[in-house]
Ligand binder design. Sequence first.
Ligand code: NDP
Length: 450
Amino acid sequence: MTEVLSPVTEEVVASVPAASMEETDAAIARAHEAFPAWKAMSPGDRGRLLRRFASIVDDHIEELARLEVRNSGHTIGNARWEAGNVRDVLAYYSAAPERLLGHQIPVPGGMNVTFHEPLGVVGVIVPWNFPMPIAGWGFAPALAAGNTVVLKPAEVTPLTAMRLAELALAAGIPEGVFTVLPGKGSVVGERFVTHPLVRKVCFTGSTEVGKRIMAGCADQVKRLTLELGGKSANIVFADADLEKAAAAAPSAAFDNAGQDCCARSRILVQRPVFDRFLELLETSVTAFRCTDPADSDAEMGPLISAAQRESVASYVDGADVAFRGSAPSGKGFWFPPTVLLAHDENDRHWREEIFGPVVSVLPFDDEAAAVELANDTEYGLSGSIWTSDLGRAIRVSRGVETGNLSVNSNSSVRYWTPFGGVKQSGLGRELGPDAVAAFTEVKNIFFSSE
Ligand code: NDP
């Protein structure tokens, strides 16, 4: 059994079984048995079941959100968005089965047709930072394409995924089609990689574990999607609306206590406005509400664990702190929003993913230097550019090496647009119109007329 702690009270909120290797094999075998009937189900019926699942999730938004607050310490506002995101992703992909179109390609001597065929059992490995949305981004398109899914939540945040599995059954999704299997990454997660009946692994988490999974999948040429770390740039040009950029910067870096692969954790500010921007940033950071996440106006809760807090603190110790916001003291894995001055691009806090409410700031001189600095990282997941010059917005957004970028905005994720990283931030794309096809193989059939 695994004891699940509240990051707010540090008390045990649940005890959850941890699946063994044998139990993992049994769950994969059940998913394999459920696959032929799920694959053969008419697209309309599969879509209807996913819509019913979405509707039942909708009836339970508040319950799921409160469960996430207890388990993960997310603010209630964020947790409601996260539960709503699962509903929306299910509803969006429920329209996909009837639209999974192949091609008829002209050939001499017959007819050539392509089909999208589901893969079989898909293993989804979910991290602790966004337990609900990241689960949905894997299981919803995979199920829509006709695959069956075994999902492993993070050991420390299994509760909402387990509840979603119950809601799936209540919606009429057949037994074995969608299984949530709590347990250790080194047991359940690794088995997804090595088990020959798991045809694809969808992993979100650290770059280190992602590389290990990729190496393991190579053995069976197993399909995989990786959503890994980030160290995204928030580039503020002198011609930007500085008030708007400074007001948006705290949530871009500290949302979910900075435990966000899309966090804009490096702020690049053009030198002539550097001091003015820091003044504005101090105002917005000190106003950022880090408090009991169950409060409706909380903007940030605690970190997930004592270990995460220790890791985050190691980046701040000895660094040049510009200013900090406030955080509760006493029980809970609290860490205040913190702004660090980088001396150059070699500072450890400038280079490494911290995964906490810490942002580093560095000045730059011109457009070329901004792009070079932004790209001087092994990561490339998200980012923002703040400028009032349209030509510059076009040039810089095309120059920054990243999977997702927003101009004069913080936005990272919309479920109907693609999401994913370049370089060591990942492989493949989730969400958007193409995600369902990524859970299929294209079969090409030639019918001879001769
Ligand atoms: P991990 O990458 O270890 O965990 C992510 C998921 O992978 C969890 O479900 C975990 O299981 C599972 N896992 C762990 N080891 C294996 C394995 N060998 N095979 C298959 N699955 C495995 O991240 P951590 O939780 O250790 O976080 C460490 C750091 O990683 C963070 O500080 C952050 O920098 C980064 N991170 C980035 C994320 C992102 O979204 N980009 C998300 C989470 C972390 P288990 O439950 O046993 O841990």
